[in-house]
Design a protein. Structure first.
Length: 257
């Protein structure tokens, strides 16, 4: 069963690669079919097998011999691993599908933020709408007994998540006299909050800077990059909140923090 989940996850990861490449350019993720970004030749199915094709082709296009970005197998492998972890954690419960869908959105947002310093609205706004709807359909996601409370708790999480990042950006702008947080991050955190709720979104908010600080320092002083995307660190913090958030919060309560 694990192998099946891995294969399916890698296939989804292949589609996420299409989204990462096309969404920032405003192009359809459905048409045209997969093609080489260098020579524009159609990619046959046997050259489009997740992870394996990259290895078998020697990381080069069959036709033009240009290098295939390492991002493609990395996204496929990452997505497959996320599928397996969620399957182990949640089995085939609704939470498996909901959290996996959220994490797929975070994968897209992470790689587009790194590459283009933007997170597509299709992901954030669309994800926010989906989070609200799913929370009403499955209120147990927020431990709510009825649909309207599930929707309310989801909306509460979205408002708290978006407000935290907005406030952080506002304060940062006052201190540094320049934009400190993009609107995409605000919408991303609102989307996250709509799914994981206000408690876990607050936890994710406080975890993210630990990742951002170390990597940000490296990018700033080693790579000499001034613009540092924050979405990837929010995404990583969200994964931790989903997997271990409840235990972390219980630990704080036990110690009276």
């Amino acid at each position: 069963m694990i192998a099946i989940v891995f294969i399916f996850g890698a296939m989804v990861g292949s589609f996420l690669n299409v989204c990462i490449y096309r969404m920032p350019k405003g192009r359809s993720v459905i048409k045209p079919a997969s093609h080489c970004p260098h020579c524009d030749r159609h990619i046959q199915w046997f050259d489009n097998i997740p992870i394996l094709s990259f290895v078998m082709l020697g990381a080069k296009c069959r036709h033009c011999k240009k290098k295939i970005s390492l991002r493609y197998p990395l996204v496929e492998l990452l997505t497959a691993v996320l599928f397996i972890v969620n399957f182990i954690w949640f089995g085939t419960s609704p939470k498996f599908f909901i959290y996996t869908a959220l994490e797929c959105a975070l994968v897209i947002g992470t790689f587009t933020d790194f590459a283009y310093y933007m997170i597509p609205d299709e992901i954030t706004i669309g994800g926010l709408a989906a989070g609200l709807i799913v929370s009403a359909i499955y209120p147990e996601l927020h431990n709510a007994p009825v649909f309207w409370k599930g929707f309310l708790f989801s909306l509460q999480g979205a408002v708290v998540g978006g407000s935290l990042i907005y406030a952080m950006g506002f304060i940062g702008e006052l201190i540094f006299k320049k934009e400190a947080m993009g609107g995409g991050d605000v919408k991303l955190m609102a989307m996250i909050g709509s799914v994981i709720g206000w408690k876990l979104v607050i936890l994710a908010f406080f975890i993210a800077p630990f990742f951002g600080a170390f990597i940000g320092i490296y990018l700033k002083f080693v790579k000499k990059i001034d613009i540092i995307p924050y979405g990837p660190y929010l995404s990583l913090a969200t994964l931790i909140a989903i997997m271990w958030g409840d235990k972390i919060l219980r630990g704080f309560l036990c110690y009276g923090i």
